[in-house]
Write a protein that binds this ligand. Structure first.
Ligand SMILES: Nc1ncnc2c1ncn2[C@@H]1O[C@H](COP(=O)(O)OP(=O)(O)OP(=O)(O)O)[C@@H](O)[C@H]1O
Ligand SMILES: [Mg+2]
Length: 375
């Protein structure tokens, strides 16, 4: 029950002032592996104090949106979702016994489920926010232009979205891992895979992106995989899959559109290599590339060159949504980069105009990676 006598506004403000505690993938793995009643209780206690801080900071950021954007009805709705989750956790006292822990896990499960339902609404609100901000900003929204919005104010829209989404990834990671550590699944600890083979992720992503590509274009380029195909690492499969899937969708789309008149489609090459500190996945296509002056824009949340036919259901597309679209939201690249950066990795793109594009994904091995959280 949420206590209506509490001054939630004040409580939220105080929680938002606290510093979040970043944890390492190794810690998550170690705690998950030993997950007996005692360690689960320890994780529950940690989440009970940590989740409210991260949720409160999102509410604070939405409240701070400039130009009256924080009073947009869709933004208020998103804010209310976060507030609700915050209040539900804060209304439950810190778990001390096994049955407290059980109740807390149920609550976290419900909050995560609700968050998945809210995802379409969050995407829509942020899309609306983007369009509104574009109106304020004569030249569109991107990291450089966002800094020089009209009205002479400095406000970096891309940074806001980076922070918002990064925090969302972190909140969902904490909740998802905690829920999953209860079930012992061979080869997995919580949502961390013990021996994740990048080649398997690439094959699955190529299969899924290829299916979408055939649906939209009636054809799909072959994906050829080279390099070290055998190694495995401890990593979060869902994160690696998201990145590779988004990059392959982009490469397939570019390949089909650039080679529309050609008799056959040039293949996409995926190279996989293992380094001492990180792994690298390189995706090269011959989809016509991107002009050098346009490379920076790739990382902005509103930049897309998708045709309207491909954007129809883009508003519904989302980080966790099962409804995939080929392109159209302009979120694929910036979000992929956030997923990589969250564990200290990165995504970089380089291109040869009128030829093709090269995407480099660097991901840290487990143990060396600490959550990267918004400031
Ligand atoms: N491999 C590529 N070759 C050529 N252009 C590309 C490539 N990858 C991305 N782009 C360009 O960058 C834009 C932004 O890509 P991004 O993945 O962020 O968004 P999108 O594909 O348009 O939509 P979605 O959010 O559904 O992924 C694309 O619309 C396209 O113009
Ligand atoms: Mg894309």
């Amino acid at each position: 029950m949420i206590d209506s006598h509490i001054n939630w506004e004040e409580k939220l403000l105080f929680s938002a002032l606290e510093k979040p505690t970043p944890i390492t993938l190794q810690e998550m793995h170690t705690f998950g592996k030993a997950a007996n009643g005692e360690t689960r209780l320890a994780v529950a206690k940690f989440l009970h104090s940590e989740l409210p801080v991260r949720l409160a900071q999102r509410v604070r950021d939405l409240n701070r949106l400039p130009f009256g954007l924080s009073t947009m009805s869709s933004i208020i709705e998103v804010k209310e979702c976060y507030e609700r989750s915050y209040k539900r956790i804060m209304s439950m006292s810190c778990p001390h016994t096994a049955s407290d822990e059980e109740r807390f896990r149920q609550l976290v499960t419900e909050i995560k489920k609700q968050d998945s339902h809210d995802q379409a609404m969050i995407s829509q609100a942020l899309q609306e926010l983007m369009l509104t901000t574009r109106g304020l900003n004569s030249g569109g929204i991107n990291s450089s232009m966002g800094r020089s919005m009209s009205m002479g104010q400095d406000w970096d829209f891309s940074k806001f979205l980076d922070n918002f989404y990064m925090s969302r990834i972190s909140i969902r990671m904490l909740m998802g891992h905690y829920i999953a550590i209860k079930d012992k699944v061979p080869g997995r600890v919580g949502i961390i895979n013990d021996n994740l083979k990048p080649i398997d992720v690439v094959k699955q992503a190529a299969h899924d992106a290829g299916g979408l590509c055939s649906y939209y274009y009636g054809n799909q380029p072959e994906v050829r995989i080279e390099g070290d195909q055998d190694f495995s690492l401890q990593y979060v499969q869902a994160h690696m899959y998201y990145i590779v899937f988004e990059l392959l969708k982009n490469s397939m789309r570019a390949t089909c559109e650039f080679n529309e008149q050609a008799e056959s489609l040039p293949p996409i090459y995926v190279a996989i290599a293992k380094g001492d500190d990180d792994i690298c996945i390189k995706i090269s296509d011959r989809g016509g590339g991107i002009p050098r002056k346009g490379l920076d824009r790739l990382w902005t949340y509103s930049f897309t060159t998708a045709r309207p036919a491909h954007t129809k259901s883009a508003m519904e597309a989302s980080v966790d949504s099962e409804k995939a679209v080929m392109a159209g939201f302009g979120h694929g690249l910036p979000l992929s980069r956030l997923y990589a950066r969250y564990w200290g990795g990165d995504v970089n793109m380089t291109s040869m105009e009128n030829f093709g594009t090269y995407a480099f994904v660097h991901l840290h091995h487990l143990g060396k990676a600490t959550e990267q959280l918004p400031e």
